[in-house]
Ligand binder design. Structure first.
Ligand SMILES: CC(=O)SCCNC(=O)CCNC(=O)[C@H](O)C(C)(C)COP(=O)(O)OP(=O)(O)OC[C@H]1O[C@@H](n2cnc3c(N)ncnc32)[C@H](O)[C@@H]1OP(=O)(O)O
Length: 127
């Protein structure tokens, strides 16, 4: 599934480029939204982000595309691959600026891990 946002001045660091923490906040939130749409009715929490790569800087006005796809379904966990692409102002195409794997765990009412359902299809693969 793809979702989009724009880099605004409040997202920049003191060097004038996108602040890494802003990127991580978007990645956690958007990946959680995608996972929650796939596993409807489940309570999911982020347990890990791995293989974080900030590949290119992004400037204010860039349109970011977050490509979020399921990568591995375990017992109580599911990992999503998140790749972020930027269209800089005036550029003729997008380039990949960031990637990571985000793992979520399903919880029961007591806050303990719980097996996730075996899905026939993932909504995120259809969108
Ligand atoms: C959307 C958000 O931002 S939520 C807020 C931030 N997140 C949180 O506060 C979560 C805090 N963490 C926790 O509460 C606990 O770690 C729990 C409940 C998620 C898991 O605790 P435990 O029961 O000890 O988990 P356990 O170590 O057995 O692992 C559970 C699953 O997560 C996986 N997992 C655990 N750690 C990692 C890791 N570092 N990387 C990848 N997968 C991991 C395990 O492989 C296991 O998967 P499986 O069941 O599919 O085989």
């Amino acid at each position: 599934m793809n979702t989009y946002t724009i880099v605004r001045p409040e997202h920049l660091n003191h060097h004038g480029y996108l602040f890494g923490g802003a990127m991580l906040r978007w990645v956690d939130e958007y990946a959680w939204l995608v996972a929650s749409r796939d596993f409807q009715g489940c309570t999911l929490v982020t347990v890990a982000m791995e293989d974080l790569q900030f590949r290119k800087r992004a400037v204010s006005g860039s349109i970011l595309r977050f490509e979020i796809l399921p990568e591995r379904l375990g017992n109580s966990s599911v990992r999503y691959r998140v790749s972020v692409f930027a269209d800089a102002p005036g550029a003729s195409g997008e380039e990949e600026i960031f990637s990571t794997g985000v793992t979520f765990v399903g919880l029961d009412e007591k806050g303990e891990k719980k097996a996730l359902p075996r899905l026939d299809h993932f909504r995120s693969r259809m969108d």
